[in-house]
Structures are given as C-alpha cells and as structure tokens.
Design a binder for this molecule. Structure first.
Ligand code: PRT
Ligand code: ZN
Length: 225
C-alpha cells in the first residue's frame, strides 16, 4: 500500500447512491470544495477527499489503492469479489459498514405464466443477468446447470425479446418486473449501500483518519436507527 497522508473516498458520481452518500458524509461532518470537473472534491473540514466515479469502478479503485474507501452496493462489491476469486486473485476489498440506503435484492424472476415449482425448473434455461458470478455461485450451490446470458442493461426485457427464459436482476419495489410480466421467485442476495475498504489495514496516517471517520459514521447511523 502506497503511503499517503490524506484519505480518499470514492462515491458514485450520479445515480441512486450519489446523493445519499454525500448526505451521509455531510452528516459525519465532512465538507468539500467542489472542483470544476466534479471528479475530485478536496476535503476542507478534514484531510478526506472525494472521488466521483461510476459505481462499478469503486471495488477496482480500492483494489488498486487509488482510493482508500468507497460507498457502493453490496451487489457490485460481491460480484467483483467473486470475479477476483474466479481469476485466482486474492481478496482485495471488504465490507466495513452497512449504510442503510440503496436497499434492494438480487432476485431470480420468471415469466408470470410459469408454474413455479422450484429452482430445478431453471435447468437448461437461459438466464439474463448483469451479475454472472453471483448467479453462477447460487446455481452451483444447487447443482443446477443453466446458461447465464450476460447483459449490461435492460435485463428485464430479455425474455420478451427471446434472448433469455428468465432473469436475475436487482429488484426494489418489483414494479419493473410486473411491467415486464415477470414474477420474483428466489432472492440471491439482499443488498444495500456499504462502506468498502481494503482487505488489509492502513499503515500510515490514513489508519487514524479511517478510524475517526468510522466513529463518526457509527454515530450518525446510530441516531438514524
Ligand atoms: O453510472 P453508474 O454505473 O454509476 O450507475 P448504475 O446505473 O450502474 O447504478 P444505479 O445508480 O442504477 O444503481 C446503483 C446501486 O443502487 C445499485 O448497484 C444497487 O446497489 C442500488 N439499487 C437499489 C438499485 C435499485 N435499488 C434498483 N431498483 N439499482 C438498480 N435498480 C434497478 C434494477 O436494476 C431494475 O432495473 O431498478 C429496477 C427495478 O426497480 P423496481 O423498483 O421496479 O423493482
Ligand atoms: Zn454501474
């Protein structure tokens, strides 16, 4: 780990987790000077800076040591952790805290006209997903041989387009599934936004800064209930 005397936190630039992450950090007493390009925000109240990125980049930025901490969905963090394991790489990041927003679940959904009798029905079926690792792990644990169809977006429409038989996607209210005549049948993982950090402890000034930030976050999260 390279030595640095400021802590750098990656959060989503825009999207569902962007505002709640900023609010949480503000409530923990962090303030930032906005830069014109809005990619890097210099920390004013503490030596803790922000990097505004795509959520999918956050685990990799922590693994590379470009960032020290990140606010990201457990779905993204776990998928990339599995991906590393599949490549024979060691653990590079871990979940430090759950943050209580961005709640959703990664679920399997099938066409409403299926008479669902259990996971074995998925054998030999094509399942559209953006989470092939988490889906693959769930299928392997049940010894089900199905074919993941990896799509980066518009997963729910795949059955209607004939690209897949079922889907494995994030669900919060369930409205998107219903609009696509799909029914949620199995939950693969429960997810929410988490604070992620490196697998190893900080060794320089960042250790104390991270401990201070965690103490403050714990205070905020406790009040929030
Ligand atoms: O640009 P960038 O890559 O950073 O953003 P993104 O488009 O990949 O992510 P974004 O902002 O959509 O989501 C960020 C994170 O929010 C996700 O990784 C989850 O951890 C969390 N989250 C919480 C959700 C949802 N709820 C959610 N409902 N992410 C996506 N959805 C989508 C889902 O994919 C489906 O299309 O919303 C639709 C379903 O919603 P319901 O309410 O109809 O069930
Ligand atoms: Zn993304």
């Amino acid at each position: 780990m390279k030595s640095r005397d400021r802590l750098r936190i990656a959060i989503q630039k825009s999207g569902r987790l962007a505002d709640p992450a900023r609010d949480l950090l503000a409530r923990a007493g962090l303030s930032f000077r906005e830069s014109r390009d809005r990619l890097f925000c210099y920390g004013e109240s503490l030596p803790i800076d922000l990097l505004l990125v795509r959520d999918d980049d956050i685990p990799g930025l922590i693994a590379e040591g470009v960032c020290d901490l990140g606010v990201v969905g457990r779905n993204v963090l776990d998928e990339q952790a599995e991906e590393r394991r599949a490549r024979g790489q060691g653990d590079a990041f871990r979940e430090l805290r759950t943050l209580g927003f961005g709640r959703c679940r990664l679920s399997l959904a099938v066409p409403q006209d299926w008479d669902w009798r259990g996971p074995d029905m998925l054998a030999g079926k094509r399942i559209a997903t953006s989470y092939p690792q988490l889906l693959g792990r769930w299928l392997r644990a049940r010894d089900i041989d199905a074919e993941p169809v990896v799509l980066s977006g518009s997963v729910e429409i795949a059955p209607r387009l004939g690209q897949a038989d079922a889907v494995c996607d994030l669900v919060s209210t369930g409205a998107t599934l219903v609009a696509n005549q799909l029914r949620e049948v199995e939950v693969i993982i429960e997810s929410e936004a988490v604070l992620a950090g490196p697998a190893v402890d900080f060794i320089d000034e960042r250790a104390e800064l991270a401990a201070l930030l965690l103490r403050r976050l714990d205070g905020v999260l406790r009040v929030q209930g």
